[in-house]
Write a protein that binds this ligand. Structure first.
Ligand code: 5RP
Length: 227
């Protein structure tokens, strides 16, 4: 079973949780895309999707799903999204696809959040996957220097790398930049999360703590539920 098979199985298991009439947060990335496809295939009545990225909005509308933006709905019943790492107590690193800010906004406004992943995403400690940190473009190098000060307090010595593609900085859907911090081991995720948020110029980071209610992890033996 490939990682993509596992992502697909997790996405389909999550789609089975959706009931007619629900407002559903739609995550971003290859695993979330399997969920969106499986959801559309169910053809449930009166489903509204709240996308976490332009890419997901395009995918959902292309599949015939009705979408609304976050501020156009009063509540989100369930959000389903992927992750780059799934650690202890459903702590997560997200943002490999660059949608962390909109994802966190949608997650925080959801009654229930389900993370879907392939088995390779499970880790005993967060940090092997470089932590995405979204910053405003103005003064981003100075912001990065402040971020380095914060990381040093947590014994993380590597300078974050500005995410770029084809030699140009990647811009998020909200027009910001992303630095990826190779932390190695994040021993105090809550403290690091708070410290990063306190840096002026940092919009958000990819640590999702105490947000996921359940994980559906595709494995060679089937989909495993973590709560
Ligand atoms: C996007 C994300 C994705 O959910 C995360 O990168 C996982 O992606 P994939 O499902 O393609 O492995 O956080 O910002």
């Amino acid at each position: 079973m490939t990682a993509d098979d596992q992502k697909r199985a997790a996405g389909e298991a999550a789609a089975a949780l959706v009931q007619p009439g629900m407002v559903v947060g739609l995550g971003t990335g290859s695993t979330a895309a399997w969920f969106v496809k499986a959801l559309a295939a169910r053809g449930l009545k009166d489903i509204v999707g709240v996308p976490t990225s332009v890419a997901t909005a395009d995918l959902a509308t292309g599949l015939g799903l009705k979408i609304k933006q976050l501020d156009e709905v009063s509540t989100i019943d369930l959000t389903v999204d992927g992750a780059d790492e799934v650690g202890p107590a459903l702590s997560l690193i997200k943002g490999g696809g660059g949608a962390l800010l909109r994802e966190k906004l949608v997650w925080e406004n959801s009654r229930r959040c389900v993370v879907i992943a392939d088995a390779a995403k499970r880790v005993a400690m967060l940090g092997k996957f470089a932590l995405p940190i979204e910053v405003v473009g103005f003064g981003h190098k100075s912001t990065m220097a402040r971020i380095c000060d914060v990381l040093a307090e947590f014994d993380i010595g590597m300078a974050p790398r500005l995410r770029s593609r084809d030699g140009a900085p990647v811009k998020t859907d909200s027009g910001n930049l992303i630095y990826d911090a190779a932390c190695g081991r994040i021993e105090e995720p809550a403290a690091l999360a708070a410290a990063l948020k306190s840096v002026t110029g940092v919009v958000d980071h990819g640590l999702f703590l105490d947000l996921a209610d359940m994980a559906l992890v595709g494995t060679p033996d089937g989909v495993v539920t973590l709560e």
